[in-house]
Design a protein around this ligand. Structure first.
Ligand SMILES: O=C(O)CCC(=O)C(=O)O
Length: 335
């Protein structure tokens, strides 16, 4: 069952400023490393804001932590599709701290969304229009365990073979996305990427400090990583200096590495998806009004407030943007 290309370390993507190289790396390997994707001053601002926010969330009992030594990875949701908190928090507490909804947590994070080179390379994967799917940070702390390999578009339907059973889309869960388990042979047809993930390194990322584990070329495997089949699969750690970004094709197999140093690894994850999909974080109701009232058209589009081909509307399909604060038309009667 040879789904994956073989490779030598020297062949794999290296940090580059060359966008043409970066595009070619994504096509071939499913990811690129974009050097100096974020200017140093903005990296500093994001890092400072993240550290402060994370510390305050922790102090106020709002911190979400995963990746602890006893974490029950792999069984994220119950039969009703609800995320099971105990699946994330280890018995003795999670280790890696997640900070959610960065759109609400500081101007530095909004400035990051405006960077043209990042938008351009995401556009290479997703095309002309895309929205934010989730905007979070992952502080990989010393002692955090390796996150199981996964793909970020696990929910995306895959091509079906005539005459075979498929899992209805409403029956997908985080653990079950096909009727028959992994295909027996490499599939002839692949689902396209519908997600692209940008992971911004706020610290140098290394193999030792939990550099994101990636399986080069796995975006073309045509299946999800499997806990049993792929237990021994070869992964590499993404490495780069602060300000470097990993940009992915959403089908690549990946997961957080284990931080074996004694210093936190701070990283921001911006996941984008096509405008027709449901984002992981609900920006239309979750974005603070002070953020919305100052938002550029570009930001409002990224938050999913621009009507796309009539979708996402709240009434008239011809309007450009919806306004979450607008008065809603209710039951009317003739005078
Ligand atoms: O933090 C990382 O290195 C990757 C995180 C990740 O894969 C995820 O949150 O899905």
């Amino acid at each position: 069952m040879n789904y994956l290309p073989t490779w030598k370390l020297d062949d794999l993507p290296k940090p580059t400023k060359d966008l043409a190289r970066a595009r070619a790396d994504i096509n071939l390997w499913g990811y690129c490393l974009l050097k100096d994707a974020v200017p140093t001053s903005l990296v500093e601002r994001c890092r400072l804001r993240l550290r402060e926010q994370a510390a305050a969330e922790k102090e106020q009992g709002l911190a979400f932590e995963d990746g602890g030594p006893n974490q029950q990875w792999g069984d994220f949701t119950d039969n009703n599709g609800r995320v099971r908190p105990e699946a994330f928090r280890a018995k003795n507490g999670g280790i890696n701290q997640r900070v959610w909804m960065l759109v609400n947590k500081g101007q530095a994070f909004l400035d990051l969304l405006e960077l043209e080179s990042l938008n351009e390379i995401v556009g290479h994967v997703l095309g002309d229009k895309f929205i934010i799917h989730s905007y979070t940070a992952n502080i990989a702390k010393p002692g955090g365990i390796v996150m199981p390999l996964h793909i970020d578009q696990w929910w995306a339907p895959e091509p079906t073979v005539r005459g075979t059973k498929h899992l209805p889309v409403g029956s997908f869960t985080r653990e079950r996305f096909s009727a028959n388990g992994p295909p027996k042979a490499p599939p002839k047809m692949l689902a396209p990427p519908v997600v692209s993930n940008v992971l911004v390194m706020l610290d140098a990322m290394t193999k030792e400090n939990g550099g994101t584990r990636l399986v080069p070329g796995s975006h073309l495997a045509g299946r999800h990583p499997d806990k049993v089949l792929d237990a021994e699969v070869n992964t590499i750690a993404a490495e780069g200096p602060p300000g470097c970004a990993i940009v992915t094709d959403g089908r690549i197999w990946h997961g957080t590495g284990s931080n074996q140093t004694d210093i936190d690894r701070n990283a921001i994850l911006i996941t984008y998806c096509g405008p027709q999909f449901r984002p992981q974080e609900n920006y239309t109701i979750g974005t603070r009004l002070d953020v919305l009232s100052n938002a550029s058209d570009r930001l409002r589009e990224l938050l999913g407030l621009r009507v796309w081909c009539g979708y996402g509307r709240t009434g008239d399909p011809t309007v450009d943007f919806v306004d979450p604060t607008a008065e809603k038309i209710g039951e009317l009667k003739l005078d």
